[in-house]
Design a protein around this ligand. Sequence first.
Ligand SMILES: [Cu+2]
Length: 469
Amino acid sequence: MDKSRRNFVRMAGITGGAFSVAAVSKYTLANLPEPVERTDTNTQPPYQPEDANYNPVVTLNGWTLPWRYKDGVKEFHLVAEPVVREMAPGFKAHLWGYNGQSPGPTIEVVEGDRVRIFVTNKLPERTSIHWHGQRLPNGMDGVSGLTQPAIEAGKTFVYEFVARRPGTFMYHPHADEMTQMAMGMMGFWVTHPKVPHPAIHKVDRDFCFLLSSYDIEPGSYTPKIMTMTDFNIWSWNSRVFPGIDSLNVRLNDRVRIRIGNLTMTNHPIHLHGHEFEVTGTDGGPTPPGSRWPEVTTDIAVGQMRQIEFIANEEGDWAFHCHKSHHAMNAMGHNVPTLIGVDHRGVAEKISDLIPDYMVMGERGMGDMTEMEMPLPENTAPMMTGDGPFGSVEMGGMFSVVKVRKDQAPGDYSNPEWFNHPEGTISHEIEMDENPRRESDAGSGSMRLARVSEETIEVKVRKPKSHNGH
Ligand SMILES: [Cu+2]
């Protein structure tokens, strides 16, 4: 196609953003909906069509794909293509995705809707889309070779089915899956109930995101697609902390968060300060009698979970994967544990030879967060993120649920850090400088002892080897 004839215009106003559509294209001529693209990574406000009688979802660092009505059918156009995703400030990845981004836009419909989805393949290889969790005719299931021929590069296919079941779903390729999912091809799908459903609550806020992982060497841009286990980028919607937006809610809101796992391992997702219930899976809403309170729920590979809670505690509540290695950014895993190893002298000597040399991990890894050692270009710091009290020392699958009294209903904008009521912040206390205070003999009270530096040295100093070096 002659690229110079493609004239992109900006559609401002719908969600205040940077949609762009081709003004005249072969799609118009073929009577297909113009593909809508976004290239930025900001969480878009809910997409609220005029006739929507549901509370739309908000996709973390993402957006919902607009559709057009044609003969009572909701028509969408997905374009599979190479994209550039800024995964965190200062760190971009060359991924594959849909309509300008990875993950692709969220598709949001209502139970009973007939949907028609055009899929144009602008990848260098063939693809297909599987509609994970949907009830549909077998030939619409998107498994290339099994239920349809693959969509060859440059071709457009159409899928059409009725969204029969309300719930939480996703879409992804079912052609060269290992490569295409390792490259970021995936998207969310939400089907709202048509009429009130006994197991589906009305909620005030409804968030969604996908878990994905990448293996991108520090200083490079493209994921290594053959990696099976040793991923180094653990992301929510292809973003890593501090690049993941916070989930901003109003005090006493009922909040739903829908999460799907398209990585190669499980993720125990943990919320601070509240208990939640798992109210649904990709198999549908869970029966209310089957629910119990949790603060962590494990999401296995290929599973989806929707959690719900009443946000009735004000504050900035951490929300993260509980696997600590998934809450940090690109790092080597072959680093020996150096806690307690005495480097005094060694570092000085090496510094004479290598000016930027820095001993890693002598007092734990927390110092890494403020380290001055230069990172390769295009690398997200391993543990980072400034909070109101210093570095958060996190990365990867970490964000914050911000619960505020004065967050207006429907306002998803990011408030300032929490203003703690006086006397409610953990703080340092005055310590007696005596190394050891005599406890009241026999009183059974706890010994408040300050262990001397010497004791620490004995406990942690690496023992000498047998032959006495
Ligand atoms: Cu995890």
